[in-house]
Design a binder for this molecule. Structure first.
Ligand code: PMP
Length: 449
């Protein structure tokens, strides 16, 4: 049966749909932080379907709400009203500071950022959009212009944002910019200080100013930033950098967009939203992934003024966005996060786990960096700490495979896929964190033999 699945995949599924592992996992069932394959093996899921299963696979409360809604009403489209949408809008807006109170519900992170791009342009009447090197904001033709990490960076002129009528140019700021340009490992800072005390901030700000002063960025519509870069391998900015960047963008007439697709909903522990960890107030916030615990759902939240500018510029329509099923699930997810204190758990277990993983950095020369916040942790692999060259991909693949064989699923990120990413469902426990660290330790020891 397994080989049949592989045959079907090869024949009928697009070759862009690649899977982790030489022998891809065929998963049948999930329960909270656990996944079960076709042979009955169980795995501790420390990547949550790419940072998406926020409260746990098939969480009983979310499942019950989904099932009730499933037999009541699935779909209306947004031209009709239904209670789950309004209940959800009230709940979500209560979690955001003034004046971020107007909500658009869509189906994916790419769609959310597409809409945010339109909003920024509609509101400012400018065209240019700025994102960082290493950013991931989506895979749609529009957002592809903002995405600039590893294999996702398109070499073809297919990103809409690159078409002169839509956008004269898409700019990338300094993160991993000239400061690190000589280093193939984009996300490793030349300095090894923690973000809180990183002295490179002023240098990045100078580079950012240069970016804004170039002719194409003079009519800036919007600046997109992930509070922590996820796909790029959990890359953090120096303390205070984003705040200054926001001020500079606003001075030039642009709006600031926080892409909370990975960092929102309590994952970072200390705050519900990643932007709060930078002490900034965005004009637009986009969110997806954890919002629906795996059910397709995403949202854009903005100010009444920006929402009005969009409404005056075009009739925006989305057939599935804000459907009864998605909204009921979204409400249940918010309730579970609150009832089960999952943000607090992210903080507690995340902080505990970061310290434990950091010990691996001291023990193994191939662990170049361990960083992150809450339950968003990156472990960057290098040939050795002196060279800072990425560990060859075959070796990284082997460690990844070994972890899987010992029952631990982790993610990957970075331009060379050199960073292991740890982002379990937020219900993860300390003993499970211990297990993960032990498996990792084992895989690394095996590698060094
Ligand atoms: N923004 C960020 C920060 C992301 O990580 C992703 C997905 N990896 C997206 C946007 C796009 O989301 P989606 O895959 O749902 O379109």
């Amino acid at each position: 049966a397994y080989n049949h699945v592989l045959d079907i995949h090869k024949q009928h599924l697009s070759p862009v749909m690649t899977a982790y592992f030489q022998k891809p996992l065929l998963l049948h069932q999930g329960h909270m932080e656990w996944l079960f394959d076709s042979e009955g093996n169980r795995y501790l899921d420390f990547f949550s379907g790419i940072v998406t299963v926020s409260v746990g696979h098939c969480h009983p409360k979310v499942n019950a709400v989904a099932q009730t809604q499933l037999s009541r009403l699935w779909h209306t489209s947004s031209v009709f009203f239904h209670p789950p949408m309004h209940e959800y809008a009230e709940k979500l807006s209560a979690l955001l500071p003034e004046p971020l109170k107007v909500i658009f519900i869509v189906n994916s992170g790419s769609e959310a950022n597409d809409l945010a791009m339109l909003m920024a342009r509609a509101h400012t009447k400018n065209t240019d959009l700025i994102s960082f090197r290493g950013a991931y904001h989506g895979c749609s033709p529009y957002t592809l212009g903002l995405t600039n990490v590893g294999n996702y960076k398109t070499k073809l002129p297919i990103a809409m944002g690159c078409q002169p009528t839509m956008c004269p140019d898409i700019f990338r700021g300094p993160w991993g910019g000239s400061h690190c340009r000589d280093s193939p490992v984009q996300s490793i800072r030349k300095c090894s200080c923690a973000p809180d005390s990183c002295h490179a901030k002023d240098q990045y700000i100078e580079q950012f100013k240069d970016t804004l002063n170039t002719s194409v960025a003079k009519s800036i519509a919007g600046f997109f930033a992930e509070p922590i870069q996820g796909v790029n391998g959990v890359v953090q900015y120096p303390k205070g950098f984003l705040k200054e960047a926001f001020q500079l963008v606003r001075k030039q007439g642009g709006v600031c967009i926080a892409d909370e697709v990975q960092t929102g909903f309590g994952r970072l522990g200390s705050h519900f939203w990643g932007f709060q960890t930078h002490d900034v107030l965005p004009d637009i916030v986009t969110m997806a992934k954890g919002i629906g615990n795996g059910f397709p759902m995403a949202a854009v939240v903005t100010t009444p003024e920006i929402a009005k500018s969009l409404a005056q510029s075009l009739l925006h329509f989305n057939t599935f966005g804000g459907g009864p099923l998605a909204c009921a699930i979204g409400s249940a997810v918010l309730e579970v996060i609150k009832e089960e204190k999952l943000q607090e758990n992210s903080q507690e277990v995340g902080t505990y786990m970061l310290l434990k993983f950091a010990q691996l950095r001291d023990e193994f020369d191939i662990v170049g960096d361990v960083r992150g916040k809450g339950l968003m942790i990156g472990i960057e692999m290098v040939q050795d700490k002196m060279s800072r060259q990425p560990l060859p991909i075959e070796e990284i693949n082997q460690i990844h495979e070994d972890c899987k064989n010992m029952g631990l699923l982790v993610g990957r990120g970075g331009i060379f896929s050199q960073t292991f990413r740890i982002a379990p469902p937020m219900c993860v426990t300390k003993p499970e964190a211990d297990f993960a660290v032990e498996v990792f330790h084992c895989a690394l020891s095996q590698h060094m033999e």
